[in-house]
Design a protein around this ligand. Structure first.
Ligand SMILES: *Cc1c(COP(=O)(O)O)cnc(C)c1O
Length: 409
């Protein structure tokens, strides 16, 4: 045992020395615009609960009702006897929401990515991902055994180079015993989680069609926010029938927990057989499925539209506040507004100073983003008020007087 803990201590020391050590912060309040941490109430600008649904009475009531009707646990995996009506109702609602034939719900978005990619790709196939793709996709890419290529962020020319390379790799190859062709799958996020920028989805779709590749779009940060049904950027760009695999998470704007893959009936049938994170895992608890379904319903209601409009007004106000306080944000079209800082230590110091002054804004560091590209990541929720943002502005101005946000300035 001594050797074991010595090894881990050495590893933790390296993290601390390089300003990469992370620690859990105990939050003593429910999800919302305030977070009680270490006995102090902070203004919270760190949550992905963009529409303020995580603690909404309608979602709480749905979760409570599901516990009463279905119990606390699901009892087994979906393929054994855990495929409860609440899960099917959620999947029907998801398919209607996304405008696809079918949907499959997973315990988390992470599990959805893992399950889908490992089920669809194997040795001899090619996976091409955007440089800034989420870790869950990178991990699945390693696990599935396909050849992996990374294209420069949102760079269609670089993607085309990779697609031509893939065509050469797969030209004369066969896949398995049924004369199937090797597969080429492109994966991007629609709204990038740490940069808040958007993928050029229309051009991506044209390109993948020209090259006979498939496309998977991770809509973790777009679901609930874009499009007439508010189902995401694929819908907003009118591409629903042209994207093979749509991935969503249910723990961000939807306000609950879980992940989903939406697409054709064949896709869902195959994943229910082959997605290992689905097959070999206990079904999500009934409360999570019911809360997610209530979240989707709320998003599609008039209240959902009102919340979304409020959110966009607050995003614009947040950008103004940041500029006025000397923290120029990146150009974004999302409720994720990063301020690039550079050095990890500097981001940590700024985040700490803001916390001291009453605002909770996380410092995002490697390995979530590249080394030396640390940033403050501001997010807003529809429940924030103009006063909250004014208070943030004052806090920022006071902090900026003491510390410049520009790296090494
Ligand atoms: C959060 C996130 C996921 C993972 O979803 P969880 O439900 O939290 O596991 C996947 N992709 C992106 C882009 C994300 O931001």
């Amino acid at each position: 045992m001594t050797g074991f803990n010595q090894q881990l201590t050495a590893e933790l020391s390296v993290l601390r020395e390089t300003d990469l050590l992370r620690e859990l912060r105990r939050v003593e309040s429910p999800a919302g615009t305030r977070a009680v941490i270490a006995g102090r109430e902070l203004l919270n600008f760190s949550s992905n609960d963009y529409l303020g649904l995580a603690n909404h009475p309608a979602l709480k009531a749905a979760a409570i009702q599901a516990v009463e009707q279905w119990g606390a646990g699901s009892g087994a995996s979906r393929l054994v006897c855990g495929s409860l009506a609440v899960h099917h109702e959620l999947e029907e609602a998801l398919a209607a929401f996304k405008g696809t034939e079918a949907a499959l719900a997973f315990s988390t978005g992470y599990a959805a990515a893992q399950g889908a990619i490992v089920a669809l790709l194997g040795k001899g196939d090619v996976l091409i991902v955007d440089k800034l793709i989420h870790a869950c996709i990178v991990d699945a890419a390693k696990l599935c055994g396909a050849k992996l290529r990374v294209f420069r962020h949102n760079d269609l020319n670089d993607l085309e180079v990779k697609l031509k390379w893939a065509a050469k790799q797969t030209r004369n190859a066969e896949r398995g015993t049924r004369n199937l062709r090797p597969r080429v799958l492109i994966i991007t996020e629609s709204v990038f989680s740490m940069d808040g920028d958007l993928a050029p989805l229309r051009n991506l779709v044209e390109l993948k069609e020209r090259h006979g590749a498939w496309l998977m779009v991770d809509e973790a940060h777009a679901t609930g926010l874009f499009g007439e049904r508010r189902s995401g950027l694929v819908e907003e760009f009118g591409l629903t029938g042209r994207v093979e695999i749509q991935m969503a998470t249910l723990g961000k704007a939807v306000g609950a927990a879980g992940g989903a893959i939406c697409g054709s009936r064949k896709l869902v049938d195959l994943l229910a057989n082959r997605a290992r994170s689905f097959v070999f895992s206990t079904a999500p608890v009934p409360a999570a499925a019911a809360a997610a379904r209530a979240g989707l319903e709320l998003i599609r209601s008039q209240e959902g539209e009102t919340r979304r409009q409020r959110l966009w007004l607050l995003v614009e106000e947040l950008k103004r506040v940041l500029i006025n306080a000397g923290f120029p944000p990146s150009a974004v079209r999302a409720p994720i507004v990063p301020v690039l800082v550079g050095a990890e230590a500097r981001a940590m110091n700024l985040s700490g100073a803001l916390r001291e002054a009453g605002a909770f804004v996380p410092a995002i560091r490697y390995p979530t983003v590249a080394r030396g590209a640390a940033r403050l990541r501001f997010t807003v929720s529809a429940d924030h008020t103009a006063e909250d943002l004014a208070a943030l502005g004052e806090t920022l101005a006071a902090t900026a007087n003491r510390q410049s946000p520009i790296a090494n300035a």
